[in-house]
Ligand binder design. Structure first.
Ligand code: TGC
Ligand code: FAD
Length: 397
């Protein structure tokens, strides 16, 4: 007779292919053996080890859904199972990987010239080149269409653009070798994407200071991008794509990865809370897991995780069949981030005072999940994307 498995309550494994299960196992093993042992210290020190991308590259985990260029060419679901494995350890490690894989390699793969793809993708797949994605600006986060960064023809050097502007809250920017920067062409006002290659930038034209003392995502590195008359050759501009469609197309893949990724973080919260509840005894030697209110917290969280996993797998399948809409991705990104954050906060209560010790890991997930609910479209912004699709009326402005 079938047995209930609290780690996979609705049997989502039955929806996966043998290849997807194998990829998931490889990723889970690497993350538990190599990332988990270093995350506590990394989080305390607010330190990101760039070697991690190399290690992921060696295992074929970077840009995994891309075909060719040394990438694995796996399904969207398999790619998201990788993000789930990484985020089970820490959303910051997943963040760094998502930016590399979905936002930078994805942008180059979708919009780059043949030469740009050859130049960057193979080494990015190996983690030898690190990428960052600059869309958000100090004055424009939810509304990137109002960005102030500009690109104008270089007055002295034909075939070059001069980039000016600032981006903020940019994952990987302080350590990135190549930064995808979205800026408006000064003459037309159209948004275009540029590959700003650090080694091509003269001193003083590109600065990427870190943002220190974060209260979440401390195991990833985040910074700003300042461009001051930074000369970028025209061959580093994405040749065709213009408008917000460019950055948003990349965001579709990254948002999809976050939908299953955050379920990994939630599942880790459930596993930690369950263990704690079984071991902690209060009132006549009873484990607190015996008390109904504690059981309800675990039941609610396990239900939301199980539903979230199934929904994400369904959207991934449609994505690979060319049937997924951006609104579907908004729905699973919003729901899974919201439920992961809500349940993590409730499960934190099970740890009592010990939740306040970083040794228990639960506070780290809660702080991280706040960020996942905020970046790649804050949840209320996704509500408005869905509201627009449902009513036909846009409520942003
Ligand atoms: P709107 O009129 O809706 O659209 C403008 C153009 O873009 C197209 N478009 C999309 N295309 C593909 N996929 C999507 N998801 C798309 N969404 C929109 C649209 O068709 C249109 O094309 P065209 O050809 O007609 O011009 O634009 P709007 O300015 O009204 O946008 C409103 C809104 C709120 C939907 C949008 O601005 C939004 O999503 N804001 C959220 C901002 C955001 O997500 N920022 C993310 C920054 S990157 C990041 O956070 C990385 S963290 C990574 C990590 O560390 O893991
Ligand atoms: P705001 O846009 O100022 O929004 C503040 C609040 O107002 C939100 O709750 C929002 O939902 C609400 N709000 C805004 N407009 C409306 C409206 N019309 N109706 C109702 N409510 C509204 N960006 C990148 O480009 N690249 C990265 O790599 C990247 N990494 C990040 C890493 C971290 C750790 C963090 C914290 C952020 C990162 N971001 C990145 C930025 C992120 O995408 C933005 O923070 C996010 O898009 C929200 O923008 P904002 O912070 O400017 O908030």
């Amino acid at each position: 007779a079938p047995q209930f498995d609290w780690t996979d309550p609705l049997g989502s494994k039955n929806l996966l292919t043998a290849d997807e299960l194998a990829i998931s196992e490889t990723a889970e093993r690497y993350c538990q053996e190599h990332l988990l042992p270093r995350v506590l210290q990394a989080y305390r020190d607010e330190h990101y080890d760039p070697q991690i991308l190399r290690e992921m590259g060696e295992l074929g985990l970077l840009g995994a859904t891309i075909d060719g260029y040394g990438c694995a060419g796996v399904s969207s679901v398999a790619g998201a199972l990788i993000t789930r494995a990484v985020e089970r350890v820490d959303s910051g490690y997943r963040s760094s990987m998502s930016v590399q894989s979905s936002l930078v390699m994805g942008a180059i793969y979708d919009f780059g010239s043949a030469e740009q793809k050859e130049r960057y993708l193979p080494e990015m797949a190996q983690g030898k080149i690190t990428g960052a994605f600059g869309l958000t600006e100090p004055n424009h986060g939810s509304d990137p269409g109002s960005m102030e960064s500009t690109a104008r023809q270089h007055p002295q050097k034909p075939g070059y653009y001069l980039l000016n502007g600032s981006k903020t809250w940019i994952t990987n920017s302080p350590i990135a070798d190549v930064l995808v920067v979205w800026a408006k062409l000064q003459d037309t006002g159209k948004i275009r994407g540029f590959l700003v290659d650090r080694k091509q930038c003269p001193p003083g034209t590109l600065e990427t200071p870190p943002i220190k003392n974060k209260t979440g995502l401390r195991a990833s590195i985040t910074g700003m991008i300042h461009l001051q008359d930074c000369p970028v050759p025209q061959e580093n501009m994405f040749p065709e794509i213009e408008g917000l469609k460019g950055p948003f197309t990349c965001l579709n893949s990254a948002r999809y990865g976050i939908a299953l990724g955050t379920m990994g973080a939630l599942e880790d919260c459930i596993a930690r809370a369950r263990t704690y509840a079984l071991e902690r005894k209060q009132f006549k030697g009873n484990p607190i897991a015996k008390y109904q209110l504690v059981q309800k917290k675990l039941a609610d969280a396990a239900t939301d995780a199980a539903y979230g996993v199934l929904a994400a797998i369904q959207v991934g399948r449609l994505k690979d069949q060319g049937k997924a809409t951006p609104e579907m991705i908004s729905m699973v990104k919003r729901q899974n981030c919201d439920r992961a954050l809500h349940n993590a906060r409730v499960l934190q209560e099970i740890f009592g005072g010990n939740a306040v010790s970083d040794e228990y890991g639960i506070g780290r997930h809660v702080a991280n999940l706040y960020v996942t609910q905020t970046y790649e479209g804050q949840s209320d912004i996704h509500s408005l994307i869905l509201g627009r699709a449902i009513t036909g009326i846009q409520a942003f402005v």
